[in-house]
Design a binder for this molecule. Structure first.
Ligand code: ACM
Ligand code: ZN
Length: 503
């Protein structure tokens, strides 16, 4: 915070422990407050901040940051700015402890610089978890020292001379984790199995039931290949990869994916069939539950909890408590409770940021299996806690990039047709991430869409300083009248204060 203020305002606050009552800003520990909660009392004389932990103090500072003129985000000293904030009294705490964004860096490799920028914005918006989707059919993005071909081979698609893709070295990951820690953003890695694992199978064909050699796909593709549960070598692979992952990531949760497995390969594999017989399993889907149990136990020994897509507790009989990301039916939170698990809400109807916001011509190519998710729809997501014991840990937005495969043309309007997928990733994520922030932080009764919309330009000014490529909501059509000549006359107003309308 001091760095931020110094850079943009030239003011250099001095930090002292045990400072006097006369300090301009005074931080006091108040252990009666919950984790992440804070109190802020601003008078003309002093700013008083109270919290019980560093997270609470961090969020108090983010609120001060958001109350300051947006120029505080600038990289250079701003001129003619009055560096003041309003005199306010604020008592604030999040509704949910888990407030997350998922980035799919597997289908489309998101350069480290873009991930850093998104983490920075997440911290400012009080979103505390980055679910990092690191592996999928189209690419393996995490360096694993014991299996170098995962990134030598599995991170790249297309012919050698023109290959596309990329990966994060373990040093990159350490840098991202440290950057997140300063901003109260914890990174949870996702190592996906038993499906969505083709990039690993390309690197090591013995991982699958068929052992056949494939290529990393260059276009949207969901493979039917599964990790073979019947071969000791593939289970050892899982152990080794998760071992390295756990050593790298300090997060208490480890995400194991688990979605969308089609079980044909297991049904046809003699090795997998042997395991089913041994374990007394009737359906191949129960084999997924078996595997989830094995891994959840493995992680428990390392003091980590398994989280994954809802399928991890819906398939088979999973005894070890896990956390399921509910992406279809929010009522499945009830099933989670009944079975002794917890849930996170990320319904595709409201929180999938790979859907377009509108059907307006000129929108970037995006997912189509659901209707568009407007900013208002995202902001208005209802959260009923379906269980008496607060099964719901929190809310998550998901930016899937399966439409963003390297080299795919994302724009059908020629003159907009640049290859700038990293920027489009931000276009899909913002401003819906702002909506998610309030959905996850505020009580339902405190949410008001018109008020939120009124405050958007306040945030856009800040995102501009960060070079973030957010989407500007389209203008509102106030009137639409036929004229005598047969033309139609439109009256438009900007949806965001101060926005220009171009046509
Ligand atoms: C998912 O959207 N397949 C979790
Ligand atoms: Zn098999």
């Amino acid at each position: 915070f001091i760095n931020l203020l110094k850079r943009s305002s030239g003011i250099t606050p001095q930090l002292a422990i045990g400072g006097s009552e006369k300090s301009h800003v005074c931080f006091t520990t108040d252990s009666s407050l919950k984790s992440e909660a804070y109190q802020l009392a601003v008078t003309p004389e002093q700013i008083q901040v109270k919290a019980s932990d560093i997270k609470g103090f961090f969020y108090a500072l983010q609120t001060i940051r958001l109350l300051l003129p947006s120029a505080v985000e600038g990289n250079q000293q701003a001129k003619n700015i009055r560096w003041s904030i309003p005199a306010v009294t604020i008592q604030d705490e999040p509704r949910f402890g888990y407030r997350a964004l998922m980035l799919d860096a597997a289908r489309f490799f998101i350069p480290k610089e873009n991930v850093l920028r998104i983490i920075d914005c997440m911290g400012m918006l009080k979103i505390n978890t980055l679910h990092f989707h690191l592996t999928d059919d189209n690419g393996w993005r995490l360096e694993i020292k014991k299996y170098p071909r995962l990134t030598e081979v599995g991170a790249w698609a297309g012919p050698d001379h023109n290959r596309l893709g990329g990966f994060y070295t373990q040093e990159d990951i350490k840098e991202l984790i440290a950057y997140g820690q300063v901003r109260n953003v914890e990174i949870i890695p996702e190592i996906e199995f038993p499906a969505h694992i083709l990039s690993a199978v390309v690197a090591y064909p013995w991982l699958s039931c068929t052992c056949l050699q494939h290529e990393v796909p260059t276009q949207h593709f969901i493979s039917r290949d599964l990790l073979c549960v019947g071969k000791e070598s593939s289970l050892q692979f899982l152990r080794d990869v998760l071992d390295e992952t756990v050593r790298l990531f300090p997060s208490s949760y480890i995400n194991i994916g688990g979605d969308e497995a089609v079980y044909t390969r297991w049904e046809e594999c003699p090795d997998c069939q042997k395991v089913m017989k041994r374990e007394g399993l009737k359906k191949a889907s129960e084999l997924q539950g078996y595997l989830t149990n094995v891994v959840a136990e493995m992680m428990k020994e390392k003091n980590r909890t398994v989280v994954g897509w809802e399928e991890i507790f819906l398939r088979g009989d999973v005894k070890t408590p896990v956390v399921g990301l509910i992406w279809h039916n929010v009522r499945d939170t009830l099933l989670a409770t009944q079975r002794g698990h917890k849930a996170i809400l990320t319904p595709a109807t409201h929180m999938y940021f790979d859907f377009p916001e509108s059907r307006t011509p000129g929108e970037v190519k995006a997912a189509t299996w659901m209707p568009p998710i407007s900013l208002e729809k995202c902001y208005s997501m209802e959260i009923n806690d379906y269980s008496p014991e607060s099964t719901v840990l929190g809310v998550q937005g998901c930016f899937w990039s399966d439409q963003f495969i390297h080299g795919t043309v994302l724009q059908e309007i020629d003159y907009l047709n640049e290859n700038r997928s990293e920027n489009y990733a931000e276009y899909f994520t913002f401003p819906r991430l702002l909506a998610l922030s309030e959905v996850a932080w505020c009580r339902q009764s405190d949410r008001n869409y018109s008020d939120f919309r009124r405050r958007l330009s306040h945030h856009f000014n800040r995102l501009d300083f960060k070079n973030c490529h957010y989407r500007v909501p389209e203008p509102i059509i106030e009137q639409m009248n036929p004229t005598a000549t047969g033309a139609i006359e439109f009256t438009l107003s900007p949806a965001v204060a101060d926005a220009d309308i171009r046509y």
